[in-house]
Design a protein around this ligand. Structure first.
Ligand SMILES: *Cc1c(COP(=O)(O)O)cnc(C)c1O
Length: 366
C-alpha cells in the first residue's frame, strides 16, 4: 500500500534525540533556542517562538494580538478545524469567507465582504502548501488589520520571494507527524514584531514575564528539547524534501494532464507551492470521487479527502448560523477534492503506480 504520508526519520534524528536524553535537559532548553534561531532564519523573520503544536501557535498568535470576546476574525471554512478553534479559544467569533477555486485559499473579494467594524484580524491559510493570495495583504493594510498566516501546511513555501512565515503580521506552523517536517507534535510562531514575540513567549509559559511573576494569562505551550533536536535535523533536509515534493507533483501532473473530468493543482505566478498535499478535483462530484477513492484503495494507493465537510456545516459551528449554500466554492470543493500521495519517500515506481491506477480508476468509475 502506498501511504499518503510517511515521516522520514533517519540515523541523525535518532542520534540527536538520544543526545538530549543523555543531556538530562529534556524540557525547553538550549536546543529549543537553537531551533528557534534556525527557523527564524528560514522564514526571514526576527522572532520564532517554539510551541507544543500548530494549534498552540495559532492560539498564541491570536492572544498576542489581544483578540478576545466581541471580536471577529475572518477565516476560511475550507481548512482543518484548528484554524477556527483557535479563534474560539480566545472567546472571539469566526466569520467565514468563501475560497478562490483554483488555489482553495481565501477569496480576497469574499474576505472584503465579510469584514465588519468588529473585525480584528484576517486568518489566512496556506492550504495544501500554496501561499494565500497576495491581494489579501493589500486588503489587510487598507483596513488596518493584522493578517495571521496559518502556514501549518506551508513550511518552505514563498510568494514573490517572501517566505511563508513572513507574509503576514504573525504566522503559525505545525510539526505534526504528517507535515512537511516533523517533531512528532510541535509548532512555531513567527513574527518580526518584538512586542508580539514577547507576548507570545509569555503566553506559552503561564504568562510569566520573570520567574514567578505572572503578568497575564498563559498556558503551558512549551516545546521540549527532544522535539527541537528532532526539528533541527529535519530543518536541514526540508529544502531537499520540498524540492522532491515539487518534482513528484510535476511527475503526477505530466502523467495525468489531459485526462477529462479532473482538474490538477496549479501554482499561481510568483508562488512556490510546497505540495503538503497534491489535491485534484473530480468534477463529476462526490459519488464518482468516492468510487475512485475506493478503487485506488483496493489497488494499493492511499488517498484522502481534505476536507469532506466545510466548517460552517459542522455541528460544532451551527451556532454561528450559517446555512448550506453560504459558501458555494467551499461546498463544491468538499465534494470534488482528492489528495494523491506526493511525499518525498515515493519512488519512481510508486509514482507510476499512482498515475496508472488512477487512469484505470477513471475508466472504471467515471
Ligand atoms: C496541522 C494543521 C493545524 C494544526 O496543527 P497541529 O500541530 O496538529 O495542532 C492547523 N491548521 C492547519 C491548516 C493544519 O494543517
Amino acid at each position: 500500500m502506498i501511504p499518503l504520508a510517511r515521516p522520514l526519520i533517519g540515523a541523525r534524528e535518532r542520534a540527536a534525540v538520544l543526545d538530549v536524553l543523555d543531556s538530562g535537559q529534556l524540557a525547553q532548553g538550549p536546543r529549543v533556542a537553537t531551533f528557534e534561531h534556525a527557523f527564524a532564519t528560514l522564514c526571514g523573520v526576527q522572532h520564532a517562538v517554539a510551541v507544543s503544536s500548530g494549534t498552540a501557535a495559532l492560539h498564541t498568535a491570536l492572544a498576542a494580538l489581544g483578540i478576545g470576546p466581541g471580536d471577529e476574525v475572518v477565516t476560511t471554512p475550507f481548512t482543518f478545524v484548528a484554524t477556527a478553534n483557535a479563534i474560539l479559544m480566545q472567546g472571539a467569533t469566526p466569520r467565514f469567507a468563501d475560497i478562490e477555486p483554483e488555489t482553495f485559499t481565501l477569496d480576497p473579494a469574499a474576505v472584503e465582504q465579510a469584514i465588519t467594524a468588529r473585525t480584528k484580524a484576517i486568518l489566512a491559510v496556506d492550504l495544501f502548501g500554496h501561499p494565500y493570495l497576495r491581494e489579501l495583504d493589500e486588503l489587510a493594510q487598507r483596513h488596518g488589520i493584522p493578517l495571521i498566516e496559518d502556514a501549518c501546511q506551508a513550511v518552505g513555501a514563498h510568494r514573490d520571494g517572501v517566505p511563508a512565515g513572513a507574509l503576514g503580521t504573525l504566522a503559525a506552523f505545525s510539526f505534526y507527524a504528517t507535515k512537511n517536517m516533523t517533531t512528532g507534535e510541535g509548532g512555531m510562531l513567527t513574527t518580526s514584531d518584538e512586542q508580539l514575540a514577547d507576548r507570545a513567549r509569555r503566553f506559552r509559559h503561564h504568562g510569566q514575564s520573570a520567574r514567578y511573576t505572572y503578568e497575564s494569562m498563559g498556558y503551558n505551550y512549551r516545546m521540549t528539547d527532544l522535539q527541537a533536536a528532532l526539528g533541527l535535523v529535519q530543518l536541514e533536509q526540508l529544502s531537499a524534501w520540498n524540492e522532491q515534493r515539487r518534482t513528484n507533483a510535476r511527475a503526477l501532473t505530466a502523467a495525468l494532464s489531459g485526462l477529462p473530468g479532473i482538474v490538477l493543482p496549479r501554482e499561481r505566478e510568483g508562488a512556490r507551492h510546497v505540495y503538503h498535499q497534491y489535491t485534484i478535483r473530480v468534477t463529476a462530484g462526490q459519488a464518482i470521487r468516492d468510487a475512485i477513492q475506493r478503487y485506488l484503495a483496493e489497488h494499493g494507493v492511499t488517498t484522502a479527502v481534505f476536507y469532506p465537510r466545510p466548517l460552517h456545516l459542522q455541528p460544532h459551528f451551527v451556532s454561528l448560523g450559517y446555512q448550506e449554500g453560504a459558501f458555494p466554492e467551499a461546498e463544491r470543493a468538499a465534494q470534488e477534492v482528492l489528495s494523491l500521495p506526493v511525499h518525498p519517500a515515493l519512488t519512481p515506481d510508486d509514482l507510476h503506480t499512482i498515475t496508472s491506477v488512477f487512469r484505470q480508476a477513471m475508466e472504471e468509475c467515471a
